[in-house]
Ligand binder design. Structure first.
Ligand code: AMP
Ligand code: GLY
Length: 433
């Protein structure tokens, strides 16, 4: 089979890497891809939002399955368009992708499905939102309704913060249309987990979970980022929790989407807070997480194409069960100095031999890496999140040591990574140890 992976980050390198290892796959394309996907197959110079270009390329290259990494092309209807062209596509329709592309829609679906979340209210007017924040006068989370490249969520410890966040969305229109509606939520406390499953709109695979480190600094300090690392299975995860989330959260949402005439097919990502009152949903996303994918793809034992194809064609029930390994995997993200603020690009990366230098238990997935277009073909940084060093092992500690050993071998000017990813002693900031 010929597969096309859409996207250009570390998640897409990890997906392409796992697909390339499938006995069913003969050819991997990526659009636009990065230096990592180029080492596994052919990069096509088509932007992930160029829906016409992607459909044409998939047809021209006789692609048998399209695998979509990011949410934006899904929210633009890529899956619908591939379907109309007769090309199976792993990723939900535009209507089903609203679970991620509209937070108010998602809350409505969760309520209808009886799924627990934070207390929340939806506002279309700034004055009503401000009045509500004033009335609540306690820590709140203010969210732009639409897609805002991961920047639309403001954690507001006090009323001042909440006012700023509401004004940023609704008056300054920082996120354009995406912030015309805001959702204001109760601030939930507890460990957070990202949970993923394959679904064909009716059936749901066994679940896999990973932790995601969002803050830039050790001990969860500093600004939020696109993700500084991930590991799984998380410490807080066990079979009974998985079963509870499956039966009480994910299947009811899948059923509700089907009832609404927008069956959800693809990777279903549920972001949860494990509160003292049990798991509560922070968000649903319509894709795999980044950087969680870098930590879960090495754990996918069963064939990825079979599962993805079954989701695309509504036949998950008939295929061999999806199987995840319990072996721990740790992914440490190396970023450019200054990230998530401004940073330099074009810096030479040392110590990155193979594109996925794969010595079985250690992998490197490229994100913001490109190959120089001169005779040197050096690897250069091209983004904030540059790469992820991944270790697998018998224990979290072993996997962690392998990932960090690998990170220690790679360098570029200003390279930075957190030192406490998957450090199970944390809970207290690493800086104080
Ligand atoms: P979202 O894009 O909705 O997942 O929000 C991004 C991040 O903000 C989440 O992964 C959480 O860390 C945090 N977050 C979102 N909603 C809440 C909430 N209601 N309570 C506490 N933290 C939240
Ligand atoms: N890791 C968070 C996300 O992919 O949205």
């Amino acid at each position: 089979m010929r597969v096309l992976v859409v996207g250009s980050g570390g998640r897409e390198h990890a997906l392409a890497w796992r697909l390339a290892r499938s006995a069913k796959v003969t050819e991997v394309f990526a659009a636009p891809g990065n230096s990592g996907t180029a080492s596994l197959g052919t990069n096509l110079d088509i932007a992930e939002i160029d829906i016409d270009g992607l459909v044409k390329a998939a047809a021209d290259q006789s692609v048998d399955l399209v695998v979509v990494g990011p949410e934006v092309p899904l929210s633009l209807g890529l899956s619908d368009r591939m379907g109309a062209a007769g090309i199976p596509c792993f990723g939900p329709s535009r209507a089903a992708a609203r679970l991620e592309s509209s937070k108010s829609f998602a809350r409505d679906v969760l309520d209808a499905a009886g799924v627990p979340g934070p207390e929340y209210r939806v506002f279309r007017s700034a004055s009503a939102a401000l009045a509500y924040a004033e009335h609540r006068n306690r820590p709140l989370v203010v969210k732009a309704d639409g897609l805002a490249a991961g920047k639309g969520v403001a954690m507001c410890v006090n009323l001042e913060d909440a006012k700023t966040a509401i004004n940023t969305c609704m008056q300054d229109r920082m996120f354009g249309e995406a912030g015309e509606t805001v959702v204001i939520e109760e601030w939930l406390r507890g460990p957070e987990v990202s949970v993923f499953g394959f679904t064909d709109g009716e059936n749901l695979s066994p679940l896999v979970a990973a932790a995601d480190y969002k803050r830039v600094g050790d001990g969860d300090t500093g600004p939020n980022t696109g993700g500084m690392g991930s590991y799984g299975p998380p410490e807080s995860w066990d079979e009974s929790l998985a079963e509870r989330i499956r039966r009480k959260i994910m299947l009811p949402v899948i059923r509700e989407m089907a009832t609404r005439g927008s069956p959800y097919r693809g990777a279903l990502y549920c972001g949860l807070m494990l509160t003292d009152d049990g798991p509560r949903v922070l968000e649903f996303n319509c894709r795999f997480g980044d950087p969680e994918t870098q930590a879960i793809m090495p754990r996918l034992v069963s064939d990825p194409v079979e599962a993805m194809m079954a989701c695309a064609t509504g036949t998950l029930y008939d295929t061999d069960p999806v199987e995840w390994s319990d072996s721990p995997v740790v992914a440490v993200v190396m970023v450019s100095g200054g990230y998530p603020g401004s940073y330099q690009t074009g810096l030479e990366i040392d110590g990155l031999d193979g594109p996925v230098a794969d010595d079985e238990d250690s992998l490197v997935f490229h994100a913001g890496v490109r190959r120089a277009e001169d005779a040197t073909e050096r690897l250069l940084t091209s983004g904030g999140r540059v790469l992820a060093c991944v270790g697998t092992g018998e224990s979290v500690e072993e996997a962690r040591n392998i990932a960090y050993r690998r990170a220690g071998e790679i360098s570029f000017d200003g390279a930075y990574y957190r030192r406490d990813i998957a450090d199970l002693r944390s809970g207290q900031p690493a800086a104080t140890r």
